[in-house]
Design a protein around this ligand. Structure first.
Ligand code: PMP
Length: 492
């Protein structure tokens, strides 16, 4: 067994020894049961101190690769056989409670499984399924902000932080940002959450119980649907038109179903890209009042407007406690920050704070403070302006590519902001059937069925994200989509 050491390397000697031994063990050159040289002997042979070898052995032991027995030496351990979760592997006998989960499969949470087509031969797949463009994340500025926070706050930035709603300065900043959009929030009514997804879950936890009816736009955000399904809620869809949810259809549904919550995405809706008109926002508030209906307003990309005038948030029209407003930094910055927030007035706020605490104690203080530092020095506004400019170009590139490459009977409403274009396919064309052909041609999209309470209703729709790809890739991706459509049309 040769263990060459590089004494000029920055890798410590114990780690080099450990790396070599690991390699020998994992490659099978040192078989299970083999006794390793005594630490004193190996140290002598290698010309290092005994403690160096002992450190290497200790780490290998903590990795489960060797076992040291007092007085008897260190031995190579047999590889640990981790059971796989593959459904094909029927030889594993899971405990009964796990078997029950396996039998339920994806249905355990009531979630509609996402049918992922097998990735095909296409190299350079152009995906229109993401959210924002990760390449635009201001990583250097964010890193600077992170350094500032650690230098300034030391370990103070690594505690749980405030349990009553999140880091106060960030809550303050969020209220300033929202004030510029007409939402009168106060830090005391602002709860920082782990992404807006958690905010949605907390609201459900506080307001709803299994069997309750929730009203949603149809189509709507797929993971909100999955959340509602997982909680055994009854989901009733309200159709969406060019001006957003068709609020004029609501009253009979309210009378018939007595919903306990209405979930809406009024700005650049996911997936349809449309906005709820001003009159409809006002009508919603009026209905919420009359029918004692809480409104959950999900404003996930309200900032990303490319044309037209901003509309008041529904929360801005609410004079008292009807609307719970939810926002996120995921789309404007990075989803991995996991920072979202909710604004709620009245007794529900403290209930939500408590629900947050029992759910995950707190959202990372370090990230909250870094975000606050980043936003306060004005970088966020600069980033927002830059992203808006960039995504507007990409929206335009996608609309142009659709006009050029897709059949003329593909329908869409050009979005004034946000991330998505929502397409209605010609009759007889199903997005689910199209997807494997599109993947083969090297382009991916989100099929419409994911976004409907009754998936079959979304058969003829698909969602394209225009924010993640360059204009060139958008053109190429849509061209490939057009080819896949032609191919499919020829087949039927
Ligand atoms: N709402 C909508 C409409 C979304 O599209 C998403 C994520 N795509 C979320 C909420 C949740 O995002 P996050 O938890 O990252 O804030």
């Amino acid at each position: 067994m040769r263990i060459p050491l590089d004494r000029q390397s920055t890798t410590p000697l114990y780690q080099q020894i450990q790396d070599h031994l690991r390699e020998y063990i994992l490659s099978g050159q040192l078989l299970p049961g083999t006794r390793l040289p005594a630490t004193r002997k190996l140290a002598q042979d290698l010309g290092v101190s005994r403690i160096t070898v002992q450190n290497a052995y200790a780490d290998l032991e903590s990795e489960g690769l060797i076992s040291s027995r007092e007085g008897s030496g260190s031995y190579v351990m047999p590889p640990i056989q981790l059971p796989t979760t593959s459904q094909d592997d029927i030889t594993i006998s899971w405990p009964l409670w796990q078997q029950d989960l396996l039998d339920g499969e994806d249905q355990t949470l009531g979630i509609v499984p996402t049918l992922k087509p097998a990735r095909t031969s296409a190299s350079g797949l152009i995906s229109f399924t993401g959210v924002g463009d990760p390449r635009q994340f201001p990583i250097k500025d964010f890193y600077k902000a992170l350094q500032t926070v650690i230098r300034r706050d030391g370990v103070g930035a690594l505690g749980y932080g405030d349990f009553d709603g999140g880091d106060p300065p960030l809550r303050q900043t969020i209220t300033h940002v929202l004030a510029s959009q007409g939402v009168q929030a106060r830090p005391e009514n602002t709860l920082i959450t782990s992404g807006s997804q958690q905010a949605l879950a907390l609201v459900c936890q506080i307001l709803l119980k299994p069997g309750d009816v929730v009203l949603v736009e149809k189509p709507t955000y797929n993971l909100a649907l999955d959340l509602f399904r997982s909680l055994d809620l009854k989901i009733v869809g309200v159709p969406v038109g060019e001006d957003g949810m068709r609020v004029e259809l609501l009253e009979p549904l309210l009378q018939q179903h007595h919903p306990r919550l209405l979930y809406t995405i009024p700005n650049f809706q996911n997936p349809s890209g449309v906005c709820l008109s001003g009159p409809r926002r006002r009508a919603l508030i009026e209905l919420a009042d009359r029918y004692n209906l809480p409104i959950l307003e999900d404003d996930f990309v309200g900032d990303l407007r490319y044309d037209g005038r901003a509309l008041p948030a529904i929360k801005a029209l609410d004079s008292g406690g009807r609307v719970i407003y939810v926002g996120t930094f995921s789309k404007m910055l990075m989803p991995g920050l996991r920072v979202g927030y909710l604004i709620a007035d009245g007794p529900v706020f403290n209930c939500l704070v408590q629900a947050k605490q029992v759910s995950d104690l707190a959202t990372s203080t370090l990230i909250q403070r870094t975000l606050h530092e980043y936003v306060t020095v004005g970088r966020y506004q600069i980033h927002l302006r830059r992203s808006t400019r960039l995504y507007r170009q990409r929206r335009d590139a996608m609309l142009a590519a659709i006009r050029q490459h897709l059949p003329t009977d593909v329908e869409l409403v050009p979005p004034q902001g946000g991330l998505f274009v929502w397409l209605r396919l010609p009759e007889n064309l199903s997005a689910m059937d199209l997807l494997p052909l599109a993947m083969e041609a090297g382009v991916e999209f989100a099929p419409g069925s994911r976004f409907f309470p009754e998936p079959a209703e979304g058969e003829r729709f698909l969602r394209l994200n225009f924010a993640t790809q360059t204009p060139e890739d958008i053109d190429e991706g849509v061209r490939r989509l057009g080819m896949a459509m032609e191919h499919r049309i020829a087949e039927i």
